[in-house]
Design a binder for this molecule. Sequence first.
Ligand code: NAP
Ligand code: ZN
Ligand code: ZN
Length: 350
Amino acid sequence: MFICTGYAAQSADAPLAPYTFERRDPGPSDIEIEILYCGVCHSDLHTNRNEWHNSVYPTITGHEVVGRVRRIGSAVTKFKVGDLAGVGCLVDSCRTCENCAVGLEQYCIPGATGTYNSPDKHTGKMTYGGYSKAIVVDDYFALKIPENLDLAAVAPLLCAGITTYSPLRHWKVGPGQTVGIVGLGGLGHMGVKFARAFGAHVVLFTTSESKRADGERLGAHEVVVTREPDALKPWAGKFDFILDCVSADHDINAYLNLLRRDGTLCLVGAPENPQPIAAFSLLGGRHSFAGSGIGGLPETQEMLDFCAEHGITSDIEMIAIDQINTAYERMLKSDVKYRFVIDMATLPAA
Ligand code: NAP
Ligand code: ZN
Ligand code: ZN
């Protein structure tokens, strides 16, 4: 065991504050990463504030982790000390069920171990994530980080990147298709970048007039500001695929009605409250309403390699760790362009 510093919430309404805890020393197949940057996902906020009603305190969130390997176990061959490495949303799974067997560890049947707020098989406590100085992980669950990209801007690829890449690939988004991205936050802005890179005609739906120009710069062919009256009307029946990246209550039916026959709306946003779906939004055009969760290890590596090849990273705003509570308030106002990333040099070591 070694002592590690981090930032934790002690209850749903407490601000995050410095916290010291123990991490395991690396076992034979583990690596220990000194965390240099950690992205700030809206899931971190949902978890710290117990909005999914499953948080066990203290919570140490953060699952967009990049850093350098500083210790390795005796059996590790994938990394050597000094290499860049990343950790996304998963740190363990059963490795044998039918979903793990095909690299879809996020859908592990007995249940994957999340990077935070999951029962930790090693400590008997909960897993603690990337708002911390170091992390220890089985090397299978660590990603190779491309050397040619800005490291801080790579961090958000570990969740926002793979969460949008995976459904766009699964539903084979590409040339000739019209694809909608709903919500220009951390996930949404990566969705716009990937949908554009895959060759689709990309339409961004945003509630924020101020994001119109950014939407176009990030790759949207058209931007629809949904607060304008009748904004969605011209788009009825036009979409092959829509990726809904919204973190709060909103009318999903309005978007289901924009699908063509046999079109799919896939939810990746995970609002606290259930969102009602009208039967006629689905059966009118044989529409599919789907969901997608993060991505497995092989596809996450594929996504990182795709980003390295195409020069894709997240648009980030760097913060010091003591700015995290203010950053959350800004995130709740949809005021983040487009991902906060914590500079871990601002967190004192133990
Ligand atoms: P984020 O950066 O806060 O972005 C959310 C965006 O949703 C906002 O920027 C805003 O975009 C839009 N929005 C917010 N409130 C809205 C409202 N009341 N009505 C309509 N639109 C609204 O959050 P994120 O990190 O991208 O995460 C988005 C959601 O995905 C969260 O619920 C998160 O937990 C979830 N998530 C799911 C997975 C998964 O595996 N499926 C993985 C990661 C995150 P505009 O300003 O453009 O309207
Ligand atoms: Zn996330
Ligand atoms: Zn499994």
